[in-house]
Design a protein around this ligand. Sequence first.
Ligand code: GUN
Length: 280
Amino acid sequence: MILDGKKRSEIRLERLAQDIARSDLHPRLATVIVGDDPASRMYVRMKHRACERVNIGSIGVDLPGDARTGEICREVHRLNDDPGIHGILVQLPLPSHVNTPEVIRSVIPEKDVDGFHPLNLGRLFSGNPFFAPCTPLGIMNLLSDYGVETEGLHAVVVGRSIEVGRPMAALLLNSDATVTICHSRTRNLKEETSRADILVAAVGKARFIGPEMVREGAVVVDVGTNVVDGVLCGDVDFDRVRDIAAAITPVPGGVGPMTIATLMENTALSAQRATCPGVE
Ligand code: GUN
């Protein structure tokens, strides 16, 4: 079975657009981009386009590649203080001279729709999430849309980033999976991945997960976005793994569209919380 993130995200966006249109909410997202990395610019453009589709307003703050940490934080503070903005997204990665953790901490947790603020990550890990990061939450939504029940299953996450690996593990644990986190220093990686009922690959290496690393009947989720010879490909060797997996996400058309749909859902949720305090 192909876990069709494109199709599921379209359905979710359609539903969200209707919910917002029928409500009194006027959600607004602000994006902050520093420098002119083409991939980052493309991702931010896609986020603004998704906002338009679902009746979420959006503004973009565009800073030059040599902007200092303090300058970026000042822009974020201005957005923090603007009651018409419900979500703030600072596109990562930031240029190497920027103190990224400081910028992430400058976004108030109430508008941190990316879920990267340490307070939001802490709440997620304590089992009481406020905002969860969009890629792993989008994966949970995709699994749920296809009726994959995680309770009691052994989930193996390959990758330990703040954006994907760590929050993915927390979400799976919160939904009663038994979780193993693997990374570049893991010994006998193949032994670990072969035990997975659910395998999440967030490695950043093209076609790194081959069929010998996957248990027959596993659910395989590919977070990779690698460009090889101008073609987008995942961390999983899709053509060879698809035959042994029970279900698998394609790249493109798997996790990526779910990430954007989840960002829209988080932004709408933030607007709802701002308008009706007490909404969880
Ligand atoms: N860069 C790559 N993925 C992401 C994401 O989910 N959020 C932000 N802000 N930057 C990213």
